[in-house]
Design a protein around this ligand. Structure first.
Ligand SMILES: Cc1cc2nc3c(=O)[nH]c(=O)nc-3n(C[C@H](O)[C@H](O)[C@H](O)COP(=O)(O)OP(=O)(O)OC[C@H]3O[C@@H](n4cnc5c(N)ncnc54)[C@H](O)[C@@H]3O)c2cc1C
Length: 404
């Protein structure tokens, strides 16, 4: 494969930009098509486990990310009704850093996106094309052509679909229907820290769990902002766009909640919402010259806070596989799938299991709370090791045989 013939990436999110940067580092020419007029992120927070830094180091952006990030002393889980701590991951203790090498961070998505975008803009091999909503693609013997909604055509050697959970690339490639929606809606709000009057931890990540939904909050931009992400079960009678109906529903569901949780709920902007969902994991994300990564390939619930981490790890891994493939892109894509499918499927399936714990009720809730409460710090680190130890592509010598 000619490295000068561009690799087209559809989607300039965290997965698409990471893949672009990693491919450029392997001397491939890349063109990133982003449907929005500007490359950028929605303005809320994101958490990153230490695993993502193995990939960010490879991309050369760890220092830029760390400069804007904060390291919370702990990730807490709190009972929505009695306000008591159920369990914690002690992310700030020296043992965490000793065990996982890198920190757990919280960062504004805009700052994160900018770190990757700045690095992409410094790369002469990367062209960023905004306002280019990909509509469909066509594959020929030696190339693939993407047509944008406005009729522009973009030709390249390969196509990477990094266009998120509602991926059109996936719809055309796999035609396997819509993501699996789980009946929950996410609402996100950012307020200046100075406006927060509720008696809450201001330096940690805190998750309040209850049967109708969960609420996560943490500081951003060195304690100047307070980020809240709340996720609630939808009821049949709350109309799309009906803020008053959502407010009534949330107030009713949490009428017995702890006063602090209710104070947090009162701060929520219920005007912007996002339907939550994922997909059952699959083994194969490619056909011919087209491959998927990130949420387009394996969308997950956010309970492990790992969807973006997986998209970034994918980007680095895919570039390594293509570079090692010496032009055999089919073998490279098979190797990518074989390297990434079990890890990302485990994130999806464990996220579903944890989701059920957050929203458990009755005696099941008592059982989960007891199990979590019995865990030592060492137990917790051990449970997270498969994930937080990071991902490395096996070298050719150690590689398992590729599936047919
Ligand atoms: C409430 C919530 C909280 C979360 N918290 C975390 C967290 O703390 N940590 C974490 O790691 N993950 C978290 N996630 C998951 C994370 O947001 C996603 O997994 C991640 O954004 C996926 O990255 P991506 O690049 O694959 O897709 P996306 O971020 O969705 O990017 C896709 C890009 O493609 C563009 N696009 C779409 N269609 C087209 C098209 N046809 N043509 C051109 N461009 C197109 C979009 O505009 C977008 O820029 C959370 C998710 C939710 C819902």
């Amino acid at each position: 494969m000619d490295r000068k013939s561009p690799i087209i990436i559809v989607g300039g999110g965290l997965g698409g930009l990471s893949a672009a940067l990693a491919l450029a580092h392997h001397s491939f020419t890349v063109r990133v098509l982003e449907g929005a007029p500007e490359f950028g992120a929605i303005g809320f927070g994101i958490q990153f486990g230490p695993n993502v830094f193995h990939a960010l180091d490879r991309l050369g952006v760890s220092a830029a990310v760390l400069e804007k990030a904060d390291e919370p002393p702990a990730v807490l889980m709190i009972d929505a009704f009695n306000g008591k701590e159920v369990t914690r991951v002690a992310t700030g203790v020296p043992a965490f850093r000793a065990r996982f090498k890198y920190p757990y961070i919280i960062i504004h998505r805009i700052d994160l996106h900018n770190a990757l975008l700045d690095a992409c803009r410094r790369e002469p091999l990367i062209t960023l094309v905004g306002d280019a909503m990909a509509a469909h693609f066509e594959e020929n013997d030696d190339c693939v052509t993407v047509t944008a909604e406005d009729g522009r055509g973009f030709q390249g050697a390969l196509l990477v679909g990094a266009d998120g959970i509602r991926s059109r690339t996936r719809a055309q490639l796999l035609a396997d229907g819509e993501p699996r929606r789980n009946g929950f809606m996410a609402f996100r709000t950012i307020v200046p820290m100075a406006e927060v009057t509720a008696d809450v931890p201001r330096d940690s990540v805190a998750l309040w769990g209850g049967p109708s939904g969960h609420l996560v909050h943490y500081p951003l931009r060195h304690g100047t902002l307070f980020n809240i992400a709340a996720t609630f079960r939808r009821s049949a009678n709350s109309e799309r766009g009906d803020v008053a109906a959502y407010r009534a529903e949330v107030d009713h569901a949490y009428r017995n909640a702890h006063p602090t949780m209710r104070a947090l709920l009162a701060m929520l902007d219920l005007g912007r919402r996002q339907a939550i969902g994922d997909r059952d994991p699959i083994r194969h994300w490619h056909k011919g010259r087209v491959v998927l990564l990130g949420d387009a390939a394996h969308p997950t619930l956010q309970s492990l806070a790992q969807g973006a981490c997986m998209a970034i790890e994918d980007g680095v891994c895919l570039a390594d596989c293509i570079a090692d493939g010496n032009g055999d892109y089919e073998a490279a894509f098979r190797r990518f799938e074989s390297a990434r499918s079990v890890r990302t499927a485990r994130v999806t399936l464990e996220s579903r299991a944890i989701w059920d714990v957050y929203h458990s009720d009755g005696i099941a809730r008592d059982v989960y709370w007891q199990m979590l409460g019995e865990r030592s710090e060492t137990d917790t680190f051990q449970c997270l090791a498969w994930l937080y130890d990071g991902f490395r592509l096996q070298t050719a010598a150690k590689r398992a045989p590729l599936p047919g």
